[in-house]
Write a protein that binds this ligand. Structure first.
Ligand SMILES: Nc1nc2c(c(=O)[nH]1)N=C([C@H](O)[C@@H](O)CO)CN2
Length: 117
């Protein structure tokens, strides 16, 4: 089964970084998610409650970034995916997390993880 629900280019602000100056400011983060889901079920019923609600998941990510603080983007990615799997009963998720302002000479840097429940 190859169906997905995805979120692309979700922009959030977070206190994130290893250096002292980074702990005093918020920086931009950008999230791409692919979440496995059998989309035939919501399509058959036309029922939001049978979907992975991308609005609810986006709001969850924005709230997570607002209230949590980490040094590494790896840690943020791992903790966020753990919470998403638990909160939305995800079976599998791929997360790409970019920190576009981190390296001036690079368009972006980041991590990509894939986790199964
Ligand atoms: N693999 C990683 N490398 C680095 C990270 C990180 O979170 N993961 N973080 C930093 C600094 O916080 C950097 O973003 C400051 O510009 C360096 N390398």
């Amino acid at each position: 089964m190859k169906d997905l629900v995805f979120i692309e280019g979700l922009k959030a602000r977070a206190v994130i970084g290893v250096y002292d100056w980074e702990k005093q400011i918020q920086q931009d983060l950008v999230f791409d998610l692919e979440m496995a889901h059998d989309n035939r079920v919501p399509a058959a019923t036309d029922d939001l409650s049978k979907t992975l609600d991308y609005e609810a998941i986006s709001n969850f990510i924005l709230a997570f970034c607002e209230k949590r603080q980490f040094e590494l983007i790896e840690t943020l990615a791992e903790r966020l995916v753990e919470e998403l799997i638990a909160a939305f009963t995800l079976s599998a998720v791929t997360l790409v997390l970019r920190k576009p302002g981190a390296i001036a000479a690079a368009a972006s840097v980041g991590v990509k993880i894939y986790r199964q429940a």
